[in-house]
Design a protein around this ligand. Structure first.
Ligand SMILES: Cc1cc2nc3c(=O)[nH]c(=O)nc-3n(C[C@H](O)[C@H](O)[C@H](O)COP(=O)(O)OP(=O)(O)OC[C@H]3O[C@@H](n4cnc5c(N)ncnc54)[C@H](O)[C@@H]3O)c2cc1C
Length: 606
């Protein structure tokens, strides 16, 4: 049986007859493998840019995605207007790097920050050439946004804003660039494992969701670009299908993982009306533009208690923590959030801002639910937004496994440190994409196509939930993991809570995971089946996050410990977690300060 890539899909062809051999999913053996020079797993901004760059460097790149290109759950397509790049006189790479390090509370790998952002300076030219229409006159970017934590305004505005998030534009131009550069794609393949031989990556393994067949890829270099693991939490501003599959595959393959304790939450994700549940950007934009005020169900302006100085006007982190506490302590709104309000402002100003922010579908949902933001509050709660942990990397985005690179949210490289500067994620995706694409291509040119190892065990594990006649539900298992993660690893972390999370996650892995069974036995696009594969990854992620958080005995940036409430200079080190002989091992790595020392900054912003 031969396996070919045709129009973004895998095609199974009988070698004897040349005929299509479709519709026979669920085999124990893989049929054949797809071979390429550079395999990129995940097609958000980081993966696509890496794939294009590898192709431009003269090798074949294959982009594999568990969804449909440009229509999947990539966080990139939801992004707002933040893109940190020097646009105004006085600003520079050096100034941005320092802002990133200050925000990261000095835990950043400063060499990596510099290397990735330096490379990202090419992005504005490329993004403009690819068709993103920025508000520009000649070479001057007009009225860039100035976001909190930034020394200069540096986020370019779109021409004719019209309520569109930049994510919509990314979706349009990136999908087009994949085609324009003739990058091969395979859609609807959920990669579960990396394939390695003697400490070198040789490919990847996964499930063809269209045909229900296990499938293997052989590659000279592999780039993991699978985004974050926000889907491991009960509520997220991102797409819940981002379950950290790439993180988990790297961890199981023995990659050194770093900064896994740092997860960012966005305070203003809509919880009501139901049709808008999970919508992040509009509430945040309204809050930023109108300086919204938050109330709990007792009608208290609770930020006065948490932040007596500036009250409601503060960082995402402080807001998230406060709202989370109000909800946990029983003062949440009727649908499990708090009320974001604008009643303190002239009605016409609120109306005009709503109009400025767009004529999008959200207004219709609000109207239908009888919510008029001029008078009523919008119920919002913190949702998992971004992850800072992932593969430990060098300046070339190389992981600890030969030939394996990681980019974007999967490729931490300690670029964000303990907290992420707003609008820094996307330039990092671009910068890392350029670097990894180039490096992976360079390695591929010097390497011959490797043999992949036997994949019987992976195939058996992958098919087990489908083949098992009866057992536990993957949807229920996912719910339990999310509950543990949200209760114990979100805020107010304690040794006892993290230990409980660890015990519960290990128990679920031991008792429930081996008994997962799908009720639906279809091999075609069986969501229950992919839920089962994702749940296994979520358990690995949960374990590593809990270990990272339990290890760090201080509070710093996004990591808040009730039992260690202060930042401690002795913890200017990173916990690196590696799976060795089937068990997680923690090592420490001291932080160095080649570009900016803590002593050079009078006060570190919180
Ligand atoms: C609502 C929202 C707004 C944001 N706004 C901004 C902003 O304004 N500025 C900023 O700098 N950052 C912003 N961010 C963060 C930024 O968008 C992300 O960090 C960035 O887009 C991540 O890019 P990525 O390529 O790493 O991953 P993603 O864009 O998430 O892409 C991941 C890809 O991997 C694929 N994938 C996942 N698992 C598998 C698997 N097992 N097999 C195959 N494929 C897989 C997915 O289908 C997807 O294609 C925002 C995030 C959110 C959620």
């Amino acid at each position: 049986m031969a396996l070919e890539v045709e129009k973004g899909r895998l095609r199974y062809r009988s070698e004897a007859t040349g005929e299509d051999a479709c519709g026979t999913g669920g085999r124990k053996e893989i049929m054949d493998k797809v071979s390429t020079d550079v395999l990129i797993i995940g097609s958000g901004m980081a993966g696509i840019n890496a794939a294009i760059e590898a192709k431009k460097n003269g090798v074949e790149s294959l982009l594999v995605n568990k969804g449909v290109l440009g229509k999947d759950g990539a966080a990139t397509w939801m992004a707002g207007w933040g893109f940190s790049t020097p646009l105004v006189p006085g600003d520079s790479l050096e100034v941005i790097v320092k802002d990133v390090i200050r925000c990261g509370k000095f835990l950043n790998n400063q060499d990596n920050v510099y290397a990735y952002l330096k490379e990202s300076l090419r992005s504005m030219d490329d993004l403009s050439a690819w068709g993103i229409k920025y508000k520009k006159k000649g070479n001057t970017y007009l009225e860039p946004y100035h976001m909190p934590g930034h020394s200069f305004p540096r986020h370019p505005k779109l021409d004719g804003f019209d309520g569109r998030m930049t994510g919509y534009e990314y979706k349009r131009v990136f999908a087009h660039q994949v085609r324009a550069n003739r990058v091969k794609t395979v859609e609807d393949v959920l990669v579960t494992d990396l394939l390695c031989r003697e400490g070198t990556v040789v490919g990847a393994f996964g499930l063809d969701l269209d045909r229900g067949e296990p499938v293997a890829f052989a590659a000279k270099s592999v780039i993991v670009a699978t985004g974050g693991f926000m889907g491991c939490y009960e509520f997220t501003s991102a797409n819940p299908t981002l379950t950290g599959d790439g993180h988990a595959a790297m961890y199981r393959a023995g990659v050194r993982m770093v900064d896994m304790e740092f997860v960012q939450f966005l305070p203003t994700v809509a919880v009501w009306p139901l049709g808008l549940k999970g919508v992040p950007n509009y509430c945040w934009d309204l809050y930023i533009n109108l300086h919204g005020i938050f109330y709990n169900k007792k009608g208290e302006r609770f930020m006065e208690r948490y932040n007596p100085g500036d009250k409601d006007w503060t960082t995402r982190e402080k807001l998230s923590r406060a709202i989370w506490r109000e909800i946990k302590e029983g003062r949440g709104s009727s649908h499990g959030g708090c009320y974001l309000t604008f009643r303190h402002l002239p009605r016409n100003l609120v109306k005009e801002t709503l109009d400025d922010l767009g004529n999008m579908y959200f207004k219709e949902y609000l109207n239908e639910a009888g919510i008029d933001l001029v008078y009523d509050g919008w119920e919002v709660a913190p949702g998992a937004h971004y992850v800072q942990g992932g593969a430990r990397l060098d300046t070339k985005c190389q992981t600890s496994i030969e030939g394996l690179f990681a980019v974007g949210e999967a490729g931490s490289g300690s670029k964000d440190g303990a907290d992420r500067l707003a609008g820094a994620a996307l330039p990092f995706c671009m910068g890392q994409g350029y670097i990894a694409g180039r490096e992976a291509a360079s390695r591929a040119k010097k390497t011959s196509l490797p043999e992949i190892p036997e994949t019987k065990d992976q195939a058996a594990a992958l098919l087990a939930p489908l083949k098992r006649a009866r057992g536990e539900s993957a949807i229920e298992l996912k719910k339990q993991i999310k509950k543990v993660m949200s209760n114990c690893t979100m805020y107010s972390r304690t040794a006892a809570g993290l230990d409980q999370a660890l015990q519960e996650i290990r128990q679920l892995r031991k008792d429930v995971l081996p008994r997962l069974a799908t009720k639906n036995k279809s091999v075609v696009q069986n969501r229950e089946w992919s839920d089962a594969l994702e749940a296994a990854n979520m358990l690995d992620i949960g374990e590593v996050v809990a270990i990272g958080a339990a290890t760090r005995k201080e509070s710093r940036g996004l990591h808040e410990r009730d039992d260690f409430p202060r930042e401690d200079p002795a913890w200017l080190k990173r916990a690196v977690i590696t799976l060795k002989n089937g068990a997680p091992q923690v090592e420490f790595e001291e932080v160095t300060f080649p570009l900016l020392k803590p002593s050079e900054v009078a006060s570190v912003r919180s």
